[in-house]
Every structure is written in C-alpha cells, then in structure tokens.
Design a protein around this ligand. Structure first.
Ligand code: ADP
Ligand code: MG
Length: 893
C-alpha cells in the first residue's frame, strides 16, 4: 500500500529556525520527512543534492552571465557603460531559474481523543481505530474479530502534541517555502475530528495549543529580513463554489486566474496583507474568523460547510551568493558584484482547512439543503476524483470540475511540496466516515509532485542599486569636472600672462633692431652718394670727345638723306604718269563693254520678234486652214485631214487641233467621220509619239464617240485597244481624261457591252484609275455607271444573264472604295452604278462580301439625290440576299 514509512524518516530539520530543536533519529517523535530520496538527507542539509544541485547550476545560470559581463567591463566602467548595462538588463527581463525534484504527497493521520460525549456514549465500546505509531500503521476495526491495516507517512496518536504535529506535518513544507518552493498543508476529515484544531488554533489561552498556521508564520517571520524580504497573506473561504475574501467581506466573488503557460493560479481580486510581525498575523486570523462566522451566519451555515484557505506569499532575497572561482581582484570584483542582480526566491504556502467529509445523507438531516450539501461535496468529490486520477496516473485529471481543484492544481500533481493530515475520530459509530477518510489518505499518498524551485534575478533592485551608484558616479564626475575647469582657468591665465610678456619683449627687440638697421642704411646711402659724385666728375671729360664725333656723323647722314629724297621724288613722278595712262585704258574698255551689251539686247529682241512672228504665222496658218475649210467644207476637210499625216510635226499638231475643234461641234461630226477623220485620228493615236497629239486626238475621238454610229465605228476600228495603249503611255492626266472620256462614252452603248468588255475596255478603265486625278476618276466613274446602266437594262430585258461583267473584271473593290468619294461627280456616278448592280440578285452575294451593302445602306439614307436614294432603298428592301446580309451584320434596317 503506502511506500515504506521507515525509509522516509529523516532526523535532520531546520536548525536555524527559532525555537526548534534537532531531534534524534532514534526518537519515535520524528518529524515527517518530505524528502523523496531516502538515501540522502532532507533539502535543508548543505550537502543535500537539492542545495548542491542548485549551487552547481547557478554557475552556469544567468546569474553567472551577469558576473561575466561585469568582469569584462569592470576595469574601465564609466557611468555611460553602467547605463548601457542597465538598459541591457531591462531588455533581458528577469530570467527564471527552475530546479525540479520529484516529491510525493506526504500523508499523516491524526486521531482525536474521545470527547466527553463519546466517553459516555461509547463507554462500552472499543475505538474503531488502533494506532501503531512506531510502525506507522493504523488498524481499522471491521468487526470484533477482523481489522484492516494501513500504513501512513506518519501516524499521530491522540496524545500527539500540536508542536509535534507541526513538526512532522508542516515544518518541512514551511522550510521549502522559505527556500523558494510552493507548499500546501491540508486537513481532511469528518466534521469534528480536529481539522481546525490542527490547523487554525490560535493558542491564545495556552501557547502549547497553537496550530499549524500560527506556528508556520512564526517560523517564516523568524527567517525573513524585513528590509529586503516580504510576506503577504490572503485568507479566503470557498462556499457553494463561490470564493469569498475573509479579509474583505464585500469581496465575495473572487475569480481564479490561471496562467496558461506556467499553470500558476492567482487570485488578483483577493486582499493581500503584508505581515511584519506575529501579532498582526494573529489579528488577521481573528479578523478572518470573525468574517467567516458573520458570513456563515448570514448564509445560515457553519464553518464546517466551507473550505478555508490561507495563502502566504514569501519573497526572499538570497544573500552571500558569490561566484566560487573568481580570479578578479579589487575594482573588477567589486564592480562584478555590484552588477550582479540579487537572487530572489518566491514561495507560496497554502493552508487548507477543508469542509467536513461526512456523507450527504448524514449532513442533509441537520436542516441544511441538499443543494448546499451537494455543493460542498462537489468540491470534495472533485478533489477525490483528481486524487484518484493522479494516483492511477490517468491521462485526464478533472482539475476544472470545481473551484477547489482549480485552486489546488499546484498542490496535487503540480510543483508544490504537499503535506496532508487526515483527521479521524475514535468512535465506532462513525466507522464508515473514518474508513472513507483513511481511503482518501491512502490514495493521496500515491500522488507524485515535481517540486520546483522558483528563483529569479531581481533586476529591479539591481537597477535601483545601479541608479544610486550612477548618481554617485555622476556627482563625482561633476565635482572632478569643476576642479578641472578651475585648474584650466588658472593655467590659461598664467599662460596669457606669459604670452603678453613674451610679446612685449619681442616688440622691444624688434624696435631696437629696426633702429640699428635704419642707422646702417643711412650710412650706406651717404657713402654711395659720395662715390657717385666722384664718378660724375670723371665722366664729364669723356663725353665732350664723343659729342664732336657724333656731329660729324650727323652731317654725313644728312647728305645721304637729301640724295635719297630726290631719288624718291623722281620715282613718284614716274608712278603718277603710269597711273594716268592706266585710267585712260580703262575708260576705253568700258565703252567697248556697253557696246557689246547693246548688241546682245538687239539680238534678243530679234529672237523675240521672230518667235512672235512664228506664232502669228501658225495662227494665221490654222486660221487659213479653217477659212479654207469653211470656204470649201469637203475640200477643206480633206486638206486638213491630209495634213494629219504631214511630215512636219507642227503641221500635224495644228491639223489635229483644227479637227478636234471641228469635232466638238455636233454638226461637223458626221462630215469628219465620212471624210475618214475618225480613222485618221485613231491612226494618229497609234503612229504619233507626241503626247499633245495623243491628247488632242483622244479628245476629238471622245467627242465623236458621243454618237452611237460612231461608237460602233470606233469599236470596229480597234478603238479600245488604241485608246488603252495611249493611256498606258500617257503622262499628262488630261490625256488620260480624254481617253477615259472616250471609253466612258462607248460604255453607254447597249449593243457594244460584250465587245467592249472583250477588248479590255473595263480593264483599261481600271488601269487608268491608278493615276488618281479626280477629273480622270470622274470619267472612269461615268464609264462604269454607263456600263452598269446598260447591263442592268439588258438583264431586265433578259438578254443578259449571270454576274455583272464589271464584277467579273474586278471593278467592284474600286467601286466600293470610291462610293463615298469627296468629289461629288465621282460619288454620283458610282452611287448610280451601285444601284444598277444591286438591281440584280445575281450580284448581291459579291456585293455583300465586298462591303457594298454598307454603301447601299448609306446611299439609301444619305444620298442627296432622291431618285437614287429611293432606288437604293427599294433594292435593299426587295432583295432576300441583302435582307439576310443586313440581319447577319446586325444592321437595323
Ligand atoms: P473539525 O474542524 O474537524 O470540525 P474541530 O477542530 O472543530 O473539528 O474539533 C472538534 C472538537 O474537538 C473541538 O472542540 C476541538 O477542540 C476538539 N479536538 C479536536 N482535536 C482535538 C485533539 N487532538 N485534542 C483535543 N481536542 C481536540
Ligand atoms: Mg473545522
């Protein structure tokens, strides 16, 4: 069942605590050890693995990091450097140091002596329990002849003193709290079995009766230093799943806050009172009890129905933790020490006086509601379930089922050192409750906790300390700075004095030197002047001799000069003479030039006159031809026509012009044709290479081609071929205009349609359009319109079937392209041509595919000529192909 109690005995306990003594290992009154390692002494022992481990670990802990930094900087650490370290430490935040060791929940059983009532009522009966403290065993009587035996960590008889109970149950836990572990001391048992007696007695009447709470605080206060450590207490009651503050009764619904990462539980709403002496703690307990009583009266319950929790937060600064192997000396060591943050240990002691563990059926009979009993037992049964789960190492521990288990999550299966005292009464009447209490204790003994030491570096206090140090350094620095400035001022003044003295000395020396040099200079000047005077005297005699010599030379030079002057004059006269001769020559040359110009002008006038006369001659010649033609029409005409073949090109040109003029008049046309003029004109197109002749002849042919009979003649004499050859050689657009005009006239002949097309008339027109001249294009358009009109007529009459020859010869793209030409003559002819083509369904498909449909739509809407507009509209509306095309192109018509 329970692990061997003997193994857990430990005779060593805290000798430093006031009023405690070291008990012998042989004594039966041994304290209850919480050291889980049976072969090693308890944690207080200096050589214990726990203490040893922590000091060993500390060398590589962040604490030693702080020491290292200080060591490096110690030599030249200025206040700036201190500041930087401070900032660095603020950045790092307080590192936590955890050292874990396993620690099972320790369980002691305490038997209450028979009370007066039991002494009377159970006088004839033996107790239901029998204790064997030396064996740490409890025997529970089943009946007169049978018992169950249970082992506990400690078995406390009815004679066990409060002091002894404290030492075995609570003291190791309290020591742990002082060393930085969390600790829990909890009493469990039926109402009236002595839980409150064990934990909460104040011992005012007799100090020997002081319970665990009072004794624990005595030990804590004896151990802490009021200047640097702190002890804070809160006191609470848990009743019907509501947590009330016993130090502030208005605060009756305190919430539990769990830190998700660390699992730490805190009660931010609970009152925390700092305890500095035992008296104030006793007052706090009294106040808590009074409030508990008042609250229970108000709630119509008893303290046995609620759970009481005392929480003591102990924060201690650990002293005397120097690095063991510091080789630094003097300054650097003290600097390292000053930069090491103090080590702080935080332990929390929780003392829990649970509500009575008796069964609901019994408690329900005494006037309290079933709900209340359930609620009390909700927390207790939840605690039981958690302990069962932990004892059996279940994967799930239902900690969250009640507030009690949430509050105690660190006590069972957590990091706290936990000691449980189960209280039982002797009465055989309560055997059932006693048995269930014993079973609870047995299961709790199986719960294993992981004790964790919570140490952290107190950077705040380090920062405060460094702040003070920094202030001191700054003050020292300022003082030195001031002294330094005074010294500098003194040295500066002294230097200034020395400089002015040196300057004065220098000025004196310079002045002296200057005067000396001035004197020397004056003397030198004087000497030089004397010397100069002497020289002047010597030089006077020499100069006279030189003057005589010079005068002779001057006379000689004058002679030479007069000779030269007379020679120059003679030369000048010669030059003047030559100049006047040259001027005369120039004058005669100018008069010769003007004579030449005059002659040239005369020649030009002569040429001009000749040209004029020639023009007049040719005019007179043509007039003469005309007059002779008029004088005798036939004779004259023949004469003119014969001149078309004259040798002289000019004559031929004049003759063709005359014929063309004659052909322009309708009355002459028949005569010209009959006299063979048409033939000659056509021949001239073929024979002549002169484009003017071509142009005039084509014009004449075009005039003649207005007559239907002539049209047939032109065609029969190879006119189309001659005209298209002429067009292919033409450079002048006017030539092309005449050729196109002639073909256009031919296009208007119904009978000649096929022949015209066969001889390449349409192709010739499409060639001519390349020239691009609007006058030419207008003639082509007219020809096409004529052709289309005749074709349309023939189709209507039934003499023509199949597609338009215009389409066959590829005229449609040009037609569509020019249908909306800016030049109105072109546009007008083409619009007409399109309407004629559209008349016949056979052309519709080609017209649609070449884009003529768009143009027809436009013509039907925009054409200024109403008849064409109407024609176009009618055609579109009546042609099934066009209607389908419009639909396909989504033209809303
Ligand atoms: P509980 O808190 O478990 O309900 P109490 O601590 O109130 O029980 O104890 C009930 C009664 O028994 C009290 O009068 C108390 O003084 C007395 N009592 C309990 N334990 C002892 C003990 N070990 N020695 C003497 N009297 C005790
Ligand atoms: Mg009680």
């Amino acid at each position: 069942m329970a692990s061997g109690g003997g193994n857990n005995r430990n005779g060593t306990h805290r000798s430093s605590l006031k009023g405690t003594t070291t008990t012998s290992t042989a004594s039966t009154d041994k304290p209850l050890s919480v050291n889980s390692n049976p072969s090693k002494p308890a944690f207080k022992n200096k050589s214990s693995p726990l203490t040893g481990a922590s000091s060993g670990l500390r060398k590589s802990s962040p604490g030693s990091l702080g020491g290292g930094a200080a060591k490096d900087d110690a030599g030249g650490c200025t206040h700036t450097c201190v500041l930087m370290i401070l900032l660095m430490l603020c950045w790092l935040g307080p590192p936590l140091c955890f050292y874990s060791v396993p620690g099972r929940v320790r369980v002691a059983v305490r038997l209450r002596p028979r009370n007066a009532e039991e002494s009377v009522a159970d006088a004839d009966f033996a107790d239901c329990v029998e204790l064997q403290p030396e064996l740490k065993r409890l025997k529970l009587r089943k009946n007169n002849w049978d018992t169950d035996t249970y082992e506990f960590d400690e078995v406390l008889t009815e004679f066990a003193s409060q002091k002894r109970v404290y030492e075995v149950v609570a003291k190791p836990v309290v020591e742990g709290v002082l060393d930085g572990y969390n600790g829990t001391i909890m009493a469990y048992g039926q109402t009236g079995t002595g839980k409150t007696y064990t934990l909460g007695r104040l011992g005012e009447e007799d100090t020997a009766n002081r319970g665990i709470m009072v004794r624990a605080m005595e030990d804590i206060l004896a151990e802490v230093s009021p200047e640097i450590d702190s002890v804070l207490v809160s006191y609470l009651q848990l009743y019907m799943e509501s947590l009330q503050d016993l130090l502030d009764p208005t605060n009756d619904n305190i919430s539990i806050v769990e830190e998700p990462k660390s699992g730490d539980v805190s009660l931010p709403g609970a009152t925390l009172v700092e305890i500095r002496d035992q008296q104030s703690f006793l007052e706090l307990l009294r106040l808590g009890e009074a409030h508990r009583h008042a609250a229970n009266t108000k709630l119509n319950t008893e303290s046995s129905r609620s759970h009481a929790l005392l929480m003591v937060h102990v924060k201690r600064t650990v002293k005397g933790r120097e690095p063991a192997h510091s080789s630094d000396s003097g300054n650097s060591t003290s600097m390292a020490r000053s930069l090491r943050p103090p080590l702080v240990r935080k332990g929390k002691l929780v003392v829990v006086d649970l509500a009575g563990s008796e069964r609901i059926d019994k408690s329900g009979s005494d006037g309290h509601t079933r709900e209340e009993a359930k609620s009390i037992n909700l927390s207790l049964s939840a605690l039981g379930k958690c302990i069962n789960a932990l004892a059996e190492n279940s994967a799930h521990v239902p900690v969250r089922d009640s507030k009690l288990t949430r509050l105690l999550r660190d006590s069972f299966g957590g990091t706290a050192r936990t000691s449980l005292v189960i209280t039982v009464g002797p009465s055989p009447r309560h055997r059932g409750e006693t048995a269930s209490t014993i079973m609870f204790g047995q299961r709790a003994m199986k719960v294993e906790n992981m004790l964790k030491l919570k140490e952290e570096f107190d950077y705040k206090s380090l920062a405060r300390r460094l702040d003070i140090q920094l202030d001191k350094l700054i003050m020292e620095h300022e003082r030195k700075q001031k002294a330094f400035e005074v010294e500098i001022e003194r040295i500066t003044a002294e230097a200034q004095n020395r400089i002015s003295e040196a300057e004065r000395n220098y000025a004196d020396a310079v002045e002296k030197e200057r005067l000396k040099y001035q004197k020397d200079y004056m003397e030198s000047i004087k000497k030089l002047e004397e010397k100069w005077m002497m020289n002047q005297q010597n030089q006077g005699n020499e100069r006279k001799e030189q003057m005589v010599h010079i005068a002779e030379e001057v006379a000689e030079a004058k002679k030479l000069l007069s000779k030269e002057t007379s020679l120059r004059k003679a030369a000048e006269e010669e030059v003047d003479n030559l100049k006047s001769q040259l001027a005369q020559l120039k004058m005669s040359e100018a008069s010769a030039n003007s004579e030449i110009l005059k002659l040239r002008k005369m020649v030009e006038d002569e040429v001009c006159q000749k040209e004029k006369l020639e023009g007049e001659i040719s005019m007179l010649q043509s007039q003469l031809l005309h007059l002779s033609f008029e004088a005798d029409e036939v004779l004259g005409l023949q004469k003119i026509l014969s001149l078309l073949e004259a040798e002289d090109a000019d004559v031929r040109l004049h003759a063709v012009k005359v014929v063309a003029n004659l052909a322009a008049e309708e009355t002459n046309q028949q005569k010209i044709v009959e006299a063979g003029g048409l033939k000659s004109l056509l021949m001239l197109l073929g024979s002549s290479e002169d484009e003017t002749i071509h142009r005039v002849a084509a014009g004449a042919i075009a005039n003649l081609a207005m007559n239907e009979k002539n049209q047939e003649l032109i065609m029969s004499q190879g006119g189309i071929s001659l005209l298209s050859t002429t067009a292919s050689h033409a450079k002048d657009p006017q030539t092309l205009r005449m050729v196109a005009g002639a073909i256009a006239n031919l296009c208007g002949n119904d009978k000649l349609q096929t022949k015209l097309r066969g001889e390449g008339g349409i192709k010739a027109l499409l060639e001519i359009v390349k020239c691009g001249h609007p006058d030419v294009l207008a003639q082509v358009a007219r020809g096409i319109a004529n052709f289309a009109k005749c074709e349309s007529r023939a189709s209507t009459q039934g003499s023509k079937t199949g597609r338009s020859l215009l389409i066959e010869d590829g005229a449609l793209p040009w037609i569509v392209q020019n249908a909306n030409s800016d030049a109105s003559p072109i546009r007008r002819h083409i619009e007409l041509a399109l309407c004629h083509l559209a008349q016949h369904e056979v052309n519709a498909k080609d017209m649609i595919s070449e884009g003529a449909l768009w143009e027809l739509v436009r013509i039907s809407q925009d054409c200024p000529r109403e008849d064409i507009r109407t024609l176009a509209h009618r055609t579109l509306a009546s042609s099934p192909d066009f209607i389908a095309g419009l639909k396909r192109l989504r033209i809303d018509y």
